[in-house]
Design a protein around this ligand. Structure first.
Ligand code: CDP
Length: 229
């Protein structure tokens, strides 16, 4: 390794479509690095709330950008300004406010800069909302992963239960709908499929089926042979 071409795989789509679950597995099978860009917007949101700032107030929120450090560790932990925020960034308080923060252009510019740097030297699977359209417009593979809103709400609710995050199915569905609306209607780098993306509807797929569907697209587009898994 090291001399080969750097490959980038972009996986975009609406909230709780199972992107991170699939992206993580695909990255691990291919030996690529998984980059969870949503965790970065969540970390900034956490920092804003922790400071006592209003996550709808752009002037206030952007003052936290200078010196903001976000680390995505290989084991999945998320570190923000030297604090482990892995669990707290999944809490409803952060989920319910992250789309306001993510709509702020100066915040996006700062995080996109970090994301592009991360994808420069190594092969990545990066998931988010604007990876194929804005962050990595020349990505070798672009996937747009969707599922019905009902399916997505149930999946996220089940994940929350496993993680010990206290929510009702109704709250989760409302959060998912609200974020989808804000994410797809913001002015700068909104959620939408890249024109050259491949659509994968996972509503009736198991995780393994979705992983195999993504691997098939990667193999077709790049010629990479998929290792046994
Ligand atoms: O896991 P889930 O699909 O629920 O969301 P996430 O990927 O953790 O992203 C959380 C929020 O961050 C999204 O609802 C967007 O508001 C924002 N986001 C974004 O704007 N652009 C990205 N590339 C990734 C996330």
């Amino acid at each position: 390794m090291g001399m080969g071409k750097v490959v980038s795989v972009a996986i975009d789509g609406p909230a709780a479509a199972g992107k991170s679950t699939v992206a993580k597995k695909v990255a691990s099978i291919l030996g690529f690095t998984y980059i969870d860009t949503g965790a970065m917007y969540r970390a900034v949101t956490w920092a804003v709330i922790k400071k006592g700032f209003d996550p709808k107030d752009e002037d206030q929120s952007v003052t936290l950008l200078p010196g903001m450090e976000i680390e995505l560790l290989p084991d999945g932990r998320v570190i923000c300004n030297h604090e482990d925020v892995t669990k707290v960034i999944r809490e409803p308080l952060v989920s319910g406010n992250v789309s306001y923060i993510a709509a702020m252009k100066p915040i996006r510019l700062a995080l996109v800069d970090m994301q592009r740097t991360m994808a420069q030297k190594k092969s990545v699977v990066m998931d988010g909302r604007d990876i194929g359209t804005y962050v990595l417009p020349d990505a070798d593979v672009k996937i747009y992963q969707i599922a019905s809103v009902e399916t997505r709400a149930v999946r996220r609710y089940d994940e929350n239960v496993l993680k010990g995050i206290n929510t009702t199915l109704k709250e989760v569905e409302e959060d998912v709908r609200k974020r989808d609306y804000i994410d797809s209607h913001r002015e700068f780098a909104p959620l939408k499929p890249a024109v050259d993306s491949v659509l994968i509807d996972t509503s009736f797929m198991t995780v393994d089926q979705a992983v195999d569907a993504v691997l098939k697209v990667i193999s077709a587009k790049t010629g990479i042979e998929i290792p046994c898994h």
